[in-house]
Design a protein around this ligand. Structure first.
Ligand SMILES: NC(=O)c1ccc[n+]([C@@H]2O[C@H](COP(=O)([O-])OP(=O)(O)OC[C@H]3O[C@@H](n4cnc5c(N)ncnc54)[C@H](O)[C@@H]3O)[C@@H](O)[C@H]2O)c1
Length: 368
């Protein structure tokens, strides 16, 4: 992408400086861009459209907000992409290589996108005269496989032996322990963002997200397991679970994740330089087997499930301790997971026709 391209493709943003959403055609980015535009903001989506299916999200965004959404098809690995920062009033950085599986096959591509792509954006922000908010989408994978958390095993799920972790989950004082190239690259980017806040006084914050699910998620074998399970089940296709299915995650509906991002942005001065665990919390902690049971109830028929060996460094248990983020932003209670699954199932059945063809032929699988 050249500077000329930038000028050519973003005439609408000249009115006011837009909020840049990298990865804004993706699942969480498009939901956030929609919310920001609904509140009157101008948005510049920066996305390489690398992920199959996300072009439909961009079309949907532009249809909903023709005057407020501009876009550039650009790769964050391209040094020229960072020029968008010069036009921006804030950056939400979602663009990433998002799958552990892909990072195992192509670690350098993963590193380049997640570490160098993030750092180039931070560098561009550092060079601005004005300090603009930078909000980064990190992951629970920065805490490693949590093998030192003792667990008890029950028929359908594992549970921490420590009652405090059982009641509240994993908090931000948990040691960082990067596993897999994806864990290393997202973890390094997470630390760069926090250090740019500390060393260069950038108003930046980090959201360490657990499993987010909801409309506009191109869930596949490699990433986005909740949507993947539902899409496959509702179209009568089998699901592969890697491991025994008793592993536990706290799932969070994307509308609740977006609410947390909005509040972090509006309150950036009070949260700059901090990392927050963002997930559904203990009340939305589910095993994969729990989710399969609920899908069977929603679909009226039990999906066909096959088990395969567990994946490298898969966490047996991860539930976010959400007390810090809830207190910091006064977040409301998140949507209950059964209700959220029913909402996603309804969206897949009714509104997702333009969106699903490109992911319809994905093989079965899971990367929680
Ligand atoms: N969905 C989750 O549960 C979850 C959990 C933890 C962290 N995250 C993080 O949140 C962010 C968004 O995740 P998502 O689920 O919306 O994923 P997504 O794949 O739907 O969105 C990512 C977007 O980035 C774009 N992209 C990929 N590589 C790019 C590049 N080199 N340059 C520009 N654009 C590029 C893709 O085309 C896609 O539209 C990612 O950083 C991910 O690591 C997501």
């Amino acid at each position: 992408m050249s500077a000329a391209d930038l000028e050519l493709k973003t005439p609408a943003i000249a009115r006011t400086r837009p909020i840049v959403v990298t990865g804004g055609a993706g699942f969480i980015g498009s939901n956030l861009a929609d919310r920001l535009a609904s509140e009157g903001e101008n948005i510049l989506v920066v996305d390489s459209l690398e992920r199959p299916g996300v072009e439909a999200n961009l079309t949907w965004l532009k249809r909903n907000h023709p005057r407020q959404i501009s876009s550039i098809r650009a790769d964050v690995r391209d040094p020229e992409t960072a020029q968008v920062v010069n036009e921006a009033s804030a950056i939400f950085h979602f663009a990433a290589q998002v799958a552990v599986t892909t990072s195992l096959k192509a670690p350098l591509q993963d590193l380049d996108t997640n570490i160098r792509g993030t750092t180039m954006l931070l560098e561009a922000v550092r060079k601005l005269r004005a300090r603009i908010p930078f909000i980064f989408a990190s992951t629970n994978k920065v805490y490693g496989n949590l093998a030192d958390v003792p667990l008890e095993t029950f028929p359908t799920r594992v549970s921490p032996a420590d009652p405090h972790i059982r009641d509240f989950g994993i908090n931000e004082s948990q040691s960082l322990d990067f596993h897999t190239p994806y864990g290393c690259s997202k973890g390094a980017a997470d630390q760069y963002v926090l250090d740019y806040a500390r060393t260069f006084d950038i108003p930046a914050t980090v959201m360490r997200m657990s499993c987010i699910y909801g409309p506009r998620q191109c869930g596949t074998e490699d990433q986005g397991w909740v949507a993947h399970f539902l899409i496959r089940s509702l179209s009568g296709r089998p699901i592969v679970i890697f491991g025994d299915g008793r592993q536990v995650r706290d799932i969070l509906h994307v509308a609740d994740a977006v609410e947390a991002y909005m509040r972090s942005y509006r309150n950036i001065e009070s949260c700059r330089g901090q990392a927050f665990n963002l997930g559904g919390g203990p009340s939305n902690a589910v095993s994969l087997l729990d989710v399969i049971d609920e899908i069977a109830r929603i679909a009226g028929t039990r999906p066909s499930v096959r088990h395969a060996p567990g994946r490298p460094s898969d966490q047996r248990f991860y539930v976010s301790d959400t007390r810090k983020i809830t207190a910091a932003f006064g977040l409301p209670a998140p949507r209950q997971w059964r209700n959220g699954l029913a909402h996603l199932a309804h969206w897949i059945d009714s509104d997702a026709r333009d969106f699903l063809p490109s992911i319809r032929n994905e093989p079965a699988g899971l990367n929680a």
